[in-house]
Design a protein. Sequence first.
Length: 204
Amino acid sequence: MRQQLVETLINKDIKDKNVLKAIGKIPRHLFMDSGFIDHAYQDKAFPIAADQTISQPYTVAFQSELLKITPEDKVLEIGTGSGYQTAVLLELGAKVYSIERQKELYKKTSTFLPKIGYRAKQLIFGDGYKGLPEEAPFQSIIVTAGAPYVPNPLLSQLAIGGRLVIPVGDKVQVMTLFIRKGPKEFEKHEFGDFRFVPMLEDKN
Ligand code: SAH
């Protein structure tokens, strides 16, 4: 079933061999609530705890491909959720730091990932809008929730040459890639529309 999912992604024009290999290897059914296990290898998003979702495999693949990760890259993920995207980043050889603002998910995923052999550098309970200044700079930053705007701390925590992949918008999000060309220069590329649960901000 996993191989069939990989074929589906190839047909949808995902090309990165390492990303496809990661998706072909990771047991997605283990990341899902028992009620949805039968659907684990469909190319669809599904509910997880705390009213959140495990992203659609196509979305995970699309974002991962845009990051162009090479082994040992330091990568920051905003929105750990089920940990599935985290596992993909780890399969790509990245050193992963991942932030989640829902305590329930943070706790669940922090115990689950190591159990199946996925060791992030750090899983953090906190607010992704702030990034993780103490570990910056990052070669890549990936946001897996829909951001109403691009948080400045994330841009400033990118290494020169680094890449930020972030879905931007309210109801629908435009997948957006920023490449840091210099201390104050960023190149911006926009891709198609996607739908994510919202990136929430604690305003006080
Ligand atoms: N990568 C996850 C996607 C989960 S959905 C997966 O594949 O399972 C997006 C996640 O972002 C949710 O778990 C949500 O709680 C989290 N999130 C939303 N706003 C956030 C913020 N400001 N900081 C950190 N995490 C946030």
